[in-house]
Design a protein around this ligand. Structure first.
Ligand code: SAM
Length: 189
């Protein structure tokens, strides 16, 4: 089942909530949150150390939101618990949902949890570039997205058929690895 479409040079997930949508075909990706939730909660409980009146969380590569909402809920609840364990006043929360411009943000906004305790905004654009003002993000989240490369590495670009030898294979592997390292470094910066 193909729950991906291509537009403006970027692949994006199939929108809506029909049988071929990402919404209906992403329970596997949802499993990652179940696996990582305890780690996120532990890191917030032990490492989060600052006070602000307005706490900004970004989900880079949120797609249509179905997997993002439970993640944002888990993060915010963990941050609230952290603040409640101190004398600090619990901040208000703002969640910025980022994805490529062809992402179906309408489905995301239509399916926002009505009982959420945060304000929302969309940040359409490429997370390999600059999206938000410097120092404006307090918590960055991304799941199943930052491994999407900014471009096909040059060494793999010209290949018309699968690599024929171990040497060619190694070259392509190294090219993708190098591209990933470059992209991740610039993403983190
Ligand atoms: C497999 S989906 C993951 C969606 C969601 N985070 C989840 O866990 O189910 C990957 C998402 O990353 C987005 N994405 C890929 N490259 C991106 C980029 N350069 N900038 C912004 N979003 C990107 C895709 O459009 C897609 O919605």
């Amino acid at each position: 089942m193909d729950s991906i479409s291509k537009d403006n040079g970027h692949f994006s997930m199939n929108g809506g909530d029909g049988p071929l949508s990402y919404d209906k075909n992403s329970s596997y990706q949802r499993g990652i949150l179940e696996a990582s939730k305890a780690i996120i909660e532990e890191e917030i409980a032990t490492k989060l150390e600052f006070s602000t009146n307005s706490f900004c969380i970004v989900d880079f590569g949120c797609s249509t939101g179905n997997n993002s909402f439970p993640a944002m809920h888990a993060i915010i609840e963990a941050i609230k618990r952290k603040y409640e364990s101190t004398d600090l006043k619990t901040p208000e929360f703002h969640v910025y949902f980022n994805d490529v411009v062809s992402n179906d943000f309408n489905t995301l906004f239509r399916s926002l949890p009505p009982d959420r305790s945060y304000e929302v905004a969309a940040v359409p654009g490429d997370f390999h570039g600059s999206l938000l003002p410097p120092s404006s993000v307090h918590f960055a989240y991304s799941s199943w997205a930052v491994h999407w490369l900014s471009e096909v590495p040059k060494a793999a670009e010209g290949l018309k058929s699968p690599p024929r030898s171990g040497g060619e294979m190694e070259e392509v592997y190294e090219a993708y690895l190098g591209q990933f390292e470059k992209d991740l470094e610039s993403f983190l910066k």
